[in-house]
Design a protein around this ligand. Structure first.
Ligand code: H79
Length: 468
């Protein structure tokens, strides 16, 4: 009997072993290719960026003077000495901070990832750091770790937790880049000492103590070299090989995806994985006088425009020093979120437009201030795609009662509004299709029409695929 029991137990263990081994490794194996790493990012399309720090206290004003420019740059713009700026930490006590509310706002807004500013150029860490006492837990009367709280709140809602980290500029450190009002100029600093003693160890902490990190958003790679970039890449891949790295780490080759210029949306369809990070007013960090809010219509247009060109939209809010995301920001985000509730199918995981003329017209003449050819954009409609489907996002509802889609050669099998699935009449000719529309726009932001087509990828006549 004993022998039989032993045999059964051994056999059971052998049978259980594969499942047991799987249960032990909670995280899936690392993605082998960049494309596999990027899968969630391509699905996600829309993320919340949060610039929050000591700069939220002065909120654009220093010693009674308005300091022009973006709010989080106040230390640099007013050349505030480190000893003075540091004192702000003693006042940082955000009684209204609530990670659950922030994450819920992102969820209500339809955002799928959240990028939290864990250390901006001012050098102050917004998480509990053992590397430097200049951090939110140890240097403020608040003694909390907002990044930890956000980890819990985001995990609950299936929002990918990500962080911004200023790897090169650090105005608090003698050897960090950027502060030439307290310290030596950049070319006389021991920048490698700063990387070794603060920047790399803090990135290590952030990748070790906060669970899976979706992406790291590096910025302003002053003094970075290919060799210095490689140290970060090696560190990141050794701890969390699936974490995406944006293109502002430094020279040494594109890591995982391209960050476009701040607030820059390309004019035309753009290959590869890319993201536009942009402000909801004119600043990233909170500024009390900046009330120049973009409208929900504008944010929605930018989201659709970016997705139709192949990118992601990382929209920023600047919470105030109490920890409150300004109510106008919240209202805008929720309005776009309500639109996404109905029309999200045409955004999440959707592909680029197969057309082009709807984006606008290239113009002759000198390049613009970003060095791009000049372009006269159009705002009437945009197109996104899924296999066998075209989504037409109509921003300017035609008064004629019909919508002409020139150049579509694929047979349309069904046409309907995403809102309410109301069917639309389709007339197909050699030149494309004509849709008969209801008299008024069903949605005041943008009405989305789904065309189901007989081909997985739409066939378009060549003359309609310009502007690319
Ligand atoms: O976190 C946000 C910005 O603080 C950061 N990137 C986004 C995501 C950023 N770092 N540098 N810059 C943006 C560009 C800085 C431009 C400047 Fe200026 C021109 C700095 C000094 C002159 C603008 C104008 C800021 C101060 C005056």
């Amino acid at each position: 009997m004993k022998n039989i029991c032993q045999t059964l137990i051994v056999a059971g263990l052998v049978l259980l072993a594969p499942g047991f081994a799987r249960a032990q490794t909670e995280t899936p194996p690392p993605a082998e290719t960049k494309e596999a790493r990027l899968q969630w990012f391509d699905q996600a399309k829309y993320g919340l960026f949060i610039n929050w720090g000591l700069y939220s206290l002065p909120a654009g004003e220093w010693k009674g003077k308005n300091i022009s420019g973006i709010g989080e740059w106040i230390m640099n713009r007013a050349k505030i000495p480190v000893q003075e700026y540091e004192q702000l930490a003693k006042q940082f006590n955000p009684g209204k901070f609530n990670a659950e509310e922030w994450a819920q706002l992102a969820a209500d807004a339809g955002m799928k990832y959240l990028v939290f500013d864990c250390k901006h150029h001012d050098g102050f860490a917004l998480y509990r750091s053992a590397v430097s006492p200049y951090n939110v837990h140890d240097a403020t009367p608040w003694h909390r770790d907002p990044f930890k709280e956000l980890q819990t709140a985001c995990t609950k809602r299936n929002i990918k937790l990500c962080f911004y980290y200023s790897q090169a500029q650090d105005w608090h450190e003698p050897d960090g880049a950027g502060n030439n009002w307290d310290f030596k100029p950049n070319d006389e600093k021991d920048f490698d000492r700063y990387l070794r003693d603060k920047s790399l160890p803090q990135v290590r902490e952030l990748l070790t103590h906060y669970g899976p990190i979706g992406l790291i958003w590096f910025d302003t790679p002053h003094l970075m070299t290919p060799e210095r970039s490689a140290r970060f890449v090696e560190l990141i891949r050794s701890i969390q090989p699936d974490t995406l790295i944006n293109s502002r780490l430094g020279p040494g080759g594109l890591q995982d995806y391209q960050s476009r210029g701040d607030n820059e949306i390309p004019h035309v369809v753009t290959p590869g994985a890319w993201e536009t990070a942009a402000t909801i007013n004119d600043t990233w960090g909170y500024k009390k006088d900046d009330q120049n809010w973009k409208t929900p219509e504008d944010i929605c247009f930018k989201l659709v425009d970016i997705v139709s060109k192949g990118g992601n939209y990382l929209l920023n809010v600047g919470p105030d020093a109490d920890g409150q995301i300004p109510p106008p920001s919240q209202e805008i985000l929720r309005k776009v979120g309500a639109w996404l509730k109905i029309n999200g199918e045409a955004i999440y995981g959707a592909g680029r437009t197969p057309f082009g003329p709807e984006l606008g017209t290239p113009m002759p003449g000198p390049k613009d201030k970003r060095g791009q050819p000049r372009f006269d954009p159009k705002h009437d409609w945009r197109c996104t795609t899924k296999p066998g489907k075209l989504y037409l996002h109509i921003f300017n509802w035609p008064a004629s009662g019909t919508f002409e889609l020139a150049g579509l050669q694929s047979k349309v099998t069904r046409a309907y509004l995403l809102a309410g699935h109301q069917k639309l009449k389709v007339q197909q000719t050699d030149n494309g299709v004509t849709l008969t529309l209801p008299a008024g726009a069903p949605d005041k932001i943008a009405s989305v029409i789904c065309l189901e087509i007989a081909d997985p990828v739409a066939k378009i006549s060549p003359q309609e695929i310009n502007a690319k």
